[in-house]
Design a protein around this ligand. Structure first.
Ligand SMILES: [Zn+2]
Length: 154
């Protein structure tokens, strides 16, 4: 099934694909592997990129939260996530693309709204370079995080 993308979602996906190729070519030239990337479209219309922060002590930060954090370096905590795209490197095509982890689902919910969409895709490297799996999945925040944690004392 082909998902329908809005004009803004398509703009974000196009940006994401372009930047994954650019970032991975840079990383590969330095001898590093591909990683997960996330791209946020703010309600301001601006796009922010993030890469997975890998740490040797299991204290990394997911690409989703890195991209959201980058949004807050240029905007304010009042900004909302209109859409977030995650692109995950895979050794072979998976049945469905990896979705954001539980922590990221909460953060996307917290800084999103009922219209926020999450688009998940996969990519791999073959002899012709980086190849994106055409099939993507699109979710709403309530689909991925239907019963959010709400602090009863906040
Ligand atoms: Zn995460």
């Amino acid at each position: 099934m082909t998902i329908q993308l809005t004009k803004d979602e398509q703009r974000l996906v196009d940006h994401a694909k372009e930047m994954v190729v650019k970032y991975n070519n840079h990383r590969n030239a330095k001898g590093q592997l591909a990683t997960i990337y996330a791209f946020v479209l703010s309600d301001s219309g601006k796009i922010y990129d993030g890469a997975c922060l890998e740490s040797t002590i299991s204290a990394g930060i997911c690409a989703e939260r890195a991209a959201i954090s980058n949004m807050f370096t240029k905007e304010t905590y009042s900004s909302k996530i209109a859409c977030i795209v995650t692109l995950c490197p895979v050794p072979e095509q998976l049945e469905y693309s990896p979705t954001p982890c539980g922590v990221c689902r909460h953060v996307i919910w917290q800084y999103g709204d009922s219209k926020t969409t999450i688009i998940c895709g996969q990519y791999m490297k073959d002899n012709d370079g980086w190849r994106f799996v055409p099939k993507k999945e699109k979710y709403s925040t309530t689909q991925l995080y239907p019963k959010p944690f709400i602090d009863p004392w906040a």
